[in-house]
Design a protein. Structure first.
Length: 92
């Protein structure tokens, strides 16, 4: 078990006064595990990255700017990566 320090103000964007910031500052603990040693982490979360690297994880920093505004982390928006059927192109 890894107990992470509380995120600092530098670990997530600060929005102008009055803008909604619904999720917890701990939303970036929601990482995506690629395998037993590799995790994808928001590149803005320097405290989290340093802590995971110090524990031997290979960290893949990925830009994820609006996660607090929309209320989701890497695991949340990649949850549906296994589907029945074949590969499809959703961009055409």
């Amino acid at each position: 078990m890894i107990v992470l320090p509380a995120p600092t103000v530098d670990d997530y964007p600060q929005y102008e006064s009055g803008d909604p910031i619904p999720p917890s500052p701990y939303i970036d603990l929601n990482v995506l595990s690629v395998d037993e040693e590799t995790v994808m982490v928001n590149d803005a979360c320097k405290t989290l990255i340093a802590t995971l690297e110090a524990r031997g994880f290979a960290v893949v920093p990925v830009r994820h700017r609006h996660r607090r505004l929309f209320g989701g982390g890497f695991h949340c928006y990649t949850l549906d990566t296994v589907r029945t059927g074949g590969a499809e192109n959703y961009l055409d």
